[in-house]
Write a protein that binds this ligand. Structure first.
Ligand SMILES: Nc1nc2c(ncn2[C@@H]2O[C@H](COP(=O)(O)OP(=O)(O)OP(=O)(O)O)[C@@H](O)[C@H]2O)c(=O)[nH]1
Ligand SMILES: [Mg+2]
Length: 388
């Protein structure tokens, strides 16, 4: 784990759609940045992983064969690094790190039977504790298509609510510690596989309002935990459904009796169809995730600027020393000086003109980032559930 990056945690069981959500977020952001001085740049490893996933997604769309669950699940912990980089000054970038991992690891029983080493799991927990944004992808079909008590019990099990709750508690508690208290913190509930319920022609009961109500009821304990853990600060809670495909619909679904011995829950199977003969991916809502990330970073940046400009000498001194000691969020603000820091290490002081050029690019970068953060289109907006 690198310390000087803004971290994002993904909390969801296997097959919920974590990796697909990330791929959609990158694609959507790339589209939105057209014509700006910003680029979203994936490091080589991240690009390889996301491209692999993207190819499978495109293959499904191209061949019009969609089987839910057909994409290869994540097999190991994957630190996906990416940045928002200035086109005019490649050394100026805002670095992020998302940890993607096999969702099965969330289950303590799987960990006990050796799905992941103790050290490997510890790294996952450390990443979660340091994350400014926690994303909770939720399989909407599982939730909405469960109609009788046995199916509901199975859906809770498959959604991994108990395990996700544990991880959210860990995250929220760490956000309240003195180390992280003045850092931003956002929890985002992100239903995926929700195409059917976002369709405005759906009847009441399987529409967007019904999905919202169901999630509110089922995740109520989790959001309450966040509010309670955030004793000395506020943790923002947001809700945003995301369509990662935008061209398929759930047409039928079955709950099948358990096939594996030892399993007592029925298994869910969704039958999906493409909505047209020449389907095209149309991602909606993923922009809201990136927007939140930008808002969160800018919020921190504003705090720093406020102190630089209006803080007393003591406050500034104290803040600087805390920033120097601390790892994680505040250290990641080194982004603004990535190029300069490198020069300093080499003992070479940049010229006045260099400094001006960096300052100009930095202003541009922050202004384009503000553009993302202030996007007003409905797809970039999330509902605020902080004080529901
Ligand atoms: N219909 C529909 N299917 C989706 C959506 N997002 C993901 N899927 C499907 O769900 C399956 C699992 O998606 P992944 O992104 O691999 O899930 P994951 O959470 O990363 O799974 P692990 O890596 O095993 O933890 C894939 O076959 C996807 O095609 C969505 O928004 N709608
Ligand atoms: Mg995955």
């Amino acid at each position: 784990m690198e310390d000087d990056k803004f971290k994002v945690a993904l909390l969801g069981p296997s097959g919920v759609g974590k990796t697909t959500l990330l791929a959609s977020m990158f694609d959507d952001t790339q589209d939105r940045l057209r014509g700006t001085s910003l680029n979203v740049v994936l490091d080589t490893h991240t690009r390889a992983r996301i491209n692999e996933h993207r190819k499978e997604l495109n293959e499904a769309v191209g061949t019009q064969v969609f089987e839910s669950g057909s994409l290869g699940g994540t097999q190991s912990a994957d630190w996906l690094d990416f940045s928002l980089r200035s086109i005019n000054n490649r050394e100026l970038e805002i670095p992020f790190e998302i940890l993607d991992y096999p969702g099965g690891w969330l289950d303590p029983a799987a960990r006990e039977s050796g799905a992941v080493s103790e050290e490997g799991w510890e790294q996952v927990e450390t990443h979660i504790e340091h994350s400014i944004l926690a994303l909770l992808p939720i399989d909407a079909a599982l939730l909405m298509e469960a109609r009788n008590p046995a199916e509901r019990a199975a859906s809770l099990h498959l959604l991994g609510i108990v395990d996700v709750h544990d991880m959210v508690r860990l995250w929220a508690r760490s956000r309240n510690t003195t180390e992280h208290r003045d850092e931003p913190a956002v929890l985002m509930l992100v239903p995926v596989k929700c195409e059917k319920y976002l369709d405005p022609s759906r009847p009441a009961g399987s529409d967007a309002d019904a999905l919202r109500a169901r999630i509110q009821a089922l995740y109520d304990e989790i959001t309450e935990t966040v509010r309670k853990e955030a004793r000395d600060r506020t943790i923002r809670i947001l809700y945003k459904p995301v369509e990662t495909y935008g061209c398929i619909q759930l047409v039928d679904s079955f709950w099948k009796l358990p096939t594996t011995r030892g399993s007592r829950h029925p298994v869910f199977e969704g039958i999906y169809r493409f909505t047209s003969n020449s389907p095209q991916r149309r991602i909606t809502g993923a922009g809201a995730v990136m927007r939140q990330l930008c808002l969160t970073v800018l919020e921190g940046r504003e705090k720093v600027r406020e102190l630089e400009e209006h803080g007393s000498r003591e406050q500034q001194q104290e803040f600087l020393s805390r920033m120097a000691q601390r790892r994680g969020f505040w250290k990641a603000f080194g982004y603004r000086m990535r190029g300069e820091a490198r020069r300093d290490k080499g003992g070479v002081i940049g010229t006045q003109r260099d400094a001006e050029r960096v300052a100009r690019s930095r202003r541009e970068l922050e202004s384009d980032m503000r553009g993302l953060a202030e996007a007003t289109d409905p797809q970039s907006q999330a509902e605020d559930w902080t004080s529901l």
